[in-house]
Write a protein that binds this ligand. Structure first.
Ligand code: SF4
Length: 373
């Protein structure tokens, strides 16, 4: 098979892996370039913008994840790129200035360490033979040895290992071959330790698959706090479980009593989790600031910050001219950027109108309900 034909298959199969923030806005995380489906615009974990070549090295996989079309028992067209093929192809795209970095993941070819050897060999060629100094995001395969994790970190700007579910009991519903404690938790902790002690510049990211194991949002967010606070991860991504023609029906797959959520709701749920994640990372929200329905899920109708404001009426109105930044950030409609404009502007002038901060229209209407000038 020609390299370009392999890339067509392998890049298509990498689409559900969002752990490199493909896309730049809330609606385009799955967006891809027009010149080959393997070219993705991305926002990097440190906030920068780039265009990556994103692909799997192999869609051959010995594992059995129920949510994944690539699991071993499914009949799909399989192929593997060699380290030489992927490194050469990446450098051709890079030299043509069509991509500026690489996101490389893989199904499990034979064993986790055999796969890691191939991933590491690919990236070593790019770094050492072709002297590429730019951005590389490498996937760590669940169950990889500590030595291979360290080698991956030594060659990459970012590494990711997908946690998939908030805890062992949900994970066991999805895979019999992978072990949550041994293959996921141990590896996440080891990556965290390496980042702390030896590779502080390497960003760590992970991803939850949302809606595949009947897991509630409250559990996903509880684990998210642990990943940020205890393991110092830089970004968490959420991927709504997608039905696929190769999948049995949702309830058949997961043997659950409850009906599957409407597909539109799955993406709204994913969006609410991204909003919550943003509130944790940028707004100082704590676990107790989120509220859930009786099933432990976030409200699909309103964003979690508005819900917090409704439940804490005593906090409002906030005085725009004197409130500390942390309090400004609790106001629905005020994000980090507007909060910065407020704190800068009021050092010189009293704020008499929101429009003097460049806030108009719907945002102005929303903010006005919660502030005094
Ligand atoms: S390890 Fe699981 S999620 Fe990854 S490719 Fe294999 S079956 Fe799919």
């Amino acid at each position: 098979m020609e390299v370009v034909d392999k890339l067509k298959i392998l890049s298509e199969d990498s689409q559900y892996d969002l752990a490199c923030a493909c896309g730049t806005g809330k609606d385009d995380r799955r967006k891809r370039g027009e010149d080959g489906k393997w070219i993705y615009p991305v926002t990097l974990p440190n906030g920068g913008y780039s265009v990556l070549l994103k692909t799997l090295l192999s869609n051959v996989c010995t594992s059995d994840c129920k949510y994944c079309p690539l699991r071993s028992e499914n009949s799909v067209r399989r192929c593997i790129l060699t380290p030489d093929e992927i490194s050469r192809t990446f450098m051709e795209y890079y030299k043509a200035r069509k991509v500026f970095g690489l996101f490389l993941s893989s199904g499990i070819i034979d064993t986790p360490d055999y796969t890691m050897d191939k991933l590491i060999a690919s990236v070593s060629l790019i770094r050492k033979k072709y002297s590429f100094k730019g951005y590389i995001h490498l996937k760590v395969i669940p169950g990889a040895s500590e030595a291979s994790m360290e080698e991956a970190m030594s060659l990459s700007n970012a590494v990711s290992l997908n946690i998939e579910t908030p805890g062992r009991s949900y994970f066991n519903k999805l895979s019999q071959r992978k072990d949550f404690d041994r293959d996921i938790v141990r590896s996440l902790k080891h990556l965290s330790g390496l980042a702390k002690e030896k590779y502080p510049k390497v960003k760590l990211t992970t991803q939850f698959i949302v809606g595949a194991s009947n897991e509630p949002d409250s559990e996903i967010l509880k684990y998210s706090f642990g990943l940020y606070e205890r393991l110092n991860f830089n970004r968490i991504y959420f991927s709504a479980y997608q039905e696929n023609p190769l999948q049995p029906s949702w309830s058949e797959t997961f043997a659950l009593d409850s009906p599957p959520p409407a597909s539109s709701n799955k993406l709204v749920r994913e969006h609410r989790l991204y909003q919550s994640d943003f509130l944790i990372r940028k707004y100082g929200f704590k676990q107790e600031d989120f509220s859930y329905d009786t099933n432990g899920n976030l409200n699909l109708e309103k964003d979690p910050k508005e819900i917090w404001a409704e439940l804490n009426p005593d906090t409002f109105p906030v005085n725009i001219n004197s409130a500390p930044r942390e309090l400004l950030l609790r106001v629905p409609g005020i994000g980090p950027e507007i909060a910065s404009r407020i704190t800068k502007y009021r050092q010189i002038h009293k704020i008499k109108e929101l429009v003097s901060l460049g806030v108009k229209g719907k945002s102005e209407f929303k903010i006005k309900k919660y502030v005094v000038l």
